[in-house]
Design a protein around this ligand. Structure first.
Ligand code: SF4
Ligand code: SF4
Length: 494
């Protein structure tokens, strides 16, 4: 975690790093079967993680993504498009507004397509560069980063936070903790409010909130989503990634030996050990790792990347920043920890060789399918008819003989205008000899509205044999910009 624009926590002096490293208990995983018999515990007790601040390329990327994702999330519902909210999923009216698009539940295929493309994108990015999503854009990562920043600003750096938590109760502790939780709750509730603002017009929601007139479901979801944010980002943090997120468990299936992952260069770093600055490490039989444990201290999931790839690693790259800082101080080349593939580590490949392996069959297959689906989705959106019609036969009104000796069936047409303008639709029919439609006048439907219309179909008596016959309703906008044909059954009694 790095405060944007803030100074990183000072590095410890190189030699005393040994003491710091020694003081820090080595991370060990106790298998259940090997747990001490008298401990009475089946699971390792949770230890709170106090990530140290760090600055560097990947920390800056993380903050850039925090700003970008939150700008979009908090800003989008306030953006106007014409006379309404630019993005609104109006569940009550069963309309989804996405800028100029008006989607009805019948357009669910587009949402399905979008989800499939998102899943393919996740597969693709994971195959190429591991857990990019987790490290930079996952809401759990982003909100944990924001909450940690608040904690850092109020309670101080890593050491100060540990001391505050371990210290006895004091007025300072009470004030700092209370203030932190108030700020956390403010962010969490604003997040919940914004989330609900995607499903109900956010300006109306704000007014209702101020006048304490929010509907019960809105209150519930604002507090539900708010407390989920507060709990996950304030308390659960890395435990969500470790124990709750399914992606962490199946990501291994998407990795291969050419996937870029955060890796420790064991050949270069080992044997690790403390040395005086400027001393000849090779003469002492040491590798480049000075065992300062900074890479562990900055890790938001509290793992030691020097033990190899672990499912807890979210690929945030903060250990790379920390180690590069140490390498700079030791006047050693950067990259002891770096993004690398297993093949490149084993074969000491150059960056050019690594890049060449990016375009491998798995990546090409994901990319090809993704491009095809994206193009297909865009084309179908562009050519889509902004009119939907549902036909329901009026089961209460049986076929009957109408005035003038015509045989009549009655239907209900639901006409959905998916444009932002008022439309007038003419209804016609074909499929049976002499079929006529009533009413003949155009039907007016307001922008993005749906209207139910009772429609009578008539044919000359005796012009069709008894039974069920297929007819088609042709609904066309007055300006000819949209036309839809819908099938229906016309019943001729014996
Ligand atoms: S890998 Fe780098 S940051 Fe980690 S202990 Fe070794 S020198 Fe320190
Ligand atoms: S080990 Fe993984 S999760 Fe930990 S700091 Fe490094 S990249 Fe991030």
């Amino acid at each position: 975690m790095t405060a944007p624009g803030g100074a990183p926590e000072p590095l410890p002096p190189t030699a005393p790093a040994a003491a710091a490293a020694a003081a820090r208990p080595a991370r060990k995983v106790i298998p259940i079967a090997a747990a001490p018999a008298d401990s009475g515990a089946l699971y390792e007790a949770h230890k709170k993680v106090y990530p140290r601040s760090v600055q560097g390329l990947f920390a800056r990327w993380r903050w850039a993504m925090v700003f970008l994702t939150q700008l979009v999330f908090y800003g989008l519902p306030w953006l106007e498009w014409g006379q309404r909210q630019s993005v609104l999923f109006d569940l009550g009216a069963r309309r989804f507004y996405i800028f100029g698009l008006v989607l009805y539940p019948q357009d669910l295929i587009y949402l399905t397509g979008l989800l499939v493309i998102s899943a393919l994108a996740l597969f693709l990015f994971t195959a190429v560069a591991g857990r990019l999503w987790c490290g930079y854009t996952c809401p759990q990562t982003v909100y944990t980063e924001i909450f940690l920043w608040v904690e850092h600003r109020i309670e101080g750096n890593r050491i100060a936070r540990i001391r505050l938590d371990e210290g006895a109760f004091s007025m300072e502790k009470l004030v700092k903790k209370s203030f932190k939780h108030i700020v956390w709750l403010g962010i969490a509730l604003w997040t919940g409010f914004t989330f609900v603002g995607y499903f109900t017009p956010i300006r109306d929601l704000g007014m209702a909130f101020l006048q304490t007139q929010m509907g019960s479901w809105e209150v519930f979801w604002v507090f539900f989503y708010g407390f989920a944010t507060y709990g996950n980002a304030g308390f659960m943090r890395e435990q969500v990634c470790k124990y709750m997120c399914p992606y962490a468990r199946f990501q291994g299936a998407m990795f291969d030996r050419d996937t870029l992952i955060v890796s420790y260069d064991e050949q270069r770093g080992e044997p690790r050990g403390v040395r005086a600055r400027g001393s000849d490490a090779r003469a002492q039989g040491l590798g480049d790792c000075i065992d300062c444990t900074l890479c562990v201290q900055v890790c938001p999931t509290d793992i030691d990347i020097r033990q190899g790839l672990q499912y807890e690693c979210i690929g945030c790259g903060l250990c790379i920043d920390a180690c590069d800082t140490v390498m700079d101080r030791m006047a050693l080349p950067r990259g002891l920890i770096r993004y690398a593939t297993q093949n490149s580590m084993a074969g000491r490949w150059s960056p050019r060789q690594v890049l060449r392996r990016v375009l491998r069959p798995r990546v090409l297959a994901y990319s090809g399918v993704m491009v095809l689906l994206t193009v297909g989705l865009l084309v179908s959106l562009v050519v889509r008819t902004p009119l939907k019609v549902d036909v329901v036969r009026d089961r209460g009104a049986l076929a009957r003989i109408a005035e003038g000796g015509q045989l009549e069936n009655v239907y209900r047409l639901q006409i959905m205008n998916a444009t932002e303008q008022t439309q007038h639709y003419r209804i016609a029919a074909h499929g049976l000899a002499g079929v006529s439609v009533s009413p003949e006048e155009p039907v007016e439907v307001a922008p993005a509205e749906s209207r139910g219309v009772a429609v009578r179909l008539q044919i000359p008596y005796g012009s069709a044999p008894a039974g069920s016959h297929t007819v088609y309703f042709d609904v066309r906008s007055a300006d000819g910009s949209a036309q839809v044909s819908e099938k229906a059954a016309f019943l001729v009694p014996r």
